[in-house]
Design a protein around this ligand. Structure first.
Ligand code: FAD
Length: 326
């Protein structure tokens, strides 16, 4: 299923990119979200250039629920894939028929976008609410992988999936979560990217669970999703949306830094968040991960500060000409 170095483009299959990690050199990658307007989209392209200059192994772009944000995801993915940046596009099953999914995949193929993060998505409006399938659509990510496998021309896609250090919130048990994650890896997903987490032990237990369940497919790379916290409220909201919580000590440190006034003490909050992500990343590197995937919220500064602390990037500043995309 690998699309190594597509002719005429600078795209690498991410499963191949991951093989290039070595003990002394751990790559990093970044996640963007489709922004609201054209000005923010231009800033995203500049941020992508910054991360390219810093040596990012790939950039990913998430997929929203509404039509206009979906068009933006598609346009951004196509444009980034024309640049010297390996690009990963997220795709969900929400409100798509099988035929629509085929059309989207076909369009990506024609535009050289061949790295796909296959996802189910969550119900729009209430992500924790009941799953409502679309008539003529798919219900589980494994069905999307099967659909790709059944279509010979889709063999060019290099497929990644989501994994969940604490288990997916809809899974009845960690065993069930493991079973379905392994099923997707056996079906042809080459790696997974985790939901953001703040306790490295949870990541390590996920890795152990997958390898114990299937020493071959369960050993495929698991890329840790790291979110450098710069806002207490935003972090709490993000965690609630995924049915999870910040670890008590981290939350207490952030609340102490906020000292009752987030706005006035935002620098202190950032300091705690960046230091925490740095320590997490150091431990993950020592544990031999193949890549560090930063959820950037389309900003460069926090991620670059963590990379700087890790000795993987110069200090954040205006010298790269990206002061506008902090
Ligand atoms: P699935 O693999 O379909 O699993 C969904 C649930 O069903 C799980 O509980 C699983 O255990 C269970 N299950 C799986 N297969 C079966 C089966 N055959 N029978 C019974 N139960 C089964 N969402 C977005 O909307 N846009 C994004 O861009 C996006 N990007 C993400 C990126 C990452 C790195 C991560 C971790 C998540 C992302 N999400 C995104 C959120 C994701 O779509 C949700 O977490 C979703 O609820 C789960 O997706 P999945 O692909 O793991 O689902």
């Amino acid at each position: 299923m690998s699309s190594t170095n597509i002719p005429g483009s600078s795209q690498w299959a991410i499963s191949d990119v991951l093989k290039r990690a070595s003990p002394g050199r751990v790559p990093f990658s970044v996640e963007f979200m489709p922004p609201r307007d054209d000005a923010a989209e231009e800033r995203l392209y500049r941020a992508a250039e910054v991360f390219h200059d810093l040596g990012a192994s790939f950039v990913s772009i998430t997929y929203g629920a509404g039509g206009s944000t979906r068009e933006r995801t598609s346009r951004i993915a196509r444009r980034l894939a024309q640049q010297p940046l390996t690009t990963l596009v997220h795709l969900t099953l929400i409100e798509h028929t099988r035929e629509e999914m085929r059309g989207i995949l076909q369009n990506y193929l024609e535009n050289g976008v061949t790295n796909l993060l296959a996802l189910r998505g969550d119900p729009p409006g209430d992500p924790l609410g009941d799953w409502i399938g679309t008539e003529g659509g798919l219900n589980y990510t494994s069905e999307l992988i099967d659909m790709i496998n059944e279509t010979p021309e889709f063999a060019a896609f290099d497929i990644g999936i989501a994994s969940f250090p604490e288990g997916h919130f809809r899974a009845k048990s960690l065993e069930e979560d493991t079973k379905y994650t392994i099923a997707k890896l056996r079906a042809g997903a080459e790696y997974s990217i985790t939901q953001m987490f703040f306790d490295v032990d949870h990541f390590l237990r996920l890795r152990d669970r997958l390898i114990a369940a299937d020493p071959i497919h369960g050993a495929k790379p698991i890329i840790p999703g790291i979110m450098p916290i710069t806002s207490l409220q935003a972090a709490q909201r993000q965690m609630a949306l995924s049915g999870s919580q910040l670890p008590a000590k981290l939350e207490a440190d952030l609340i102490r830094a906020a000292n009752g006034d987030e706005e006035a003490n935002k620098d202190e909050i950032r300091k705690v968040g960046i230091e925490f992500s740095t320590q997490m990343a150091e431990r993950l590197i020592a544990e031999g991960v193949s890549d560090l995937h930063f959820m950037t919220l389309n900003f460069t500064r926090a991620t670059q500060e963590v990379l700087y602390n890790l000795g993987m990037a110069p200090a954040w500043g205006a010298e790269l000409g990206h002061d506008a995309v902090r």
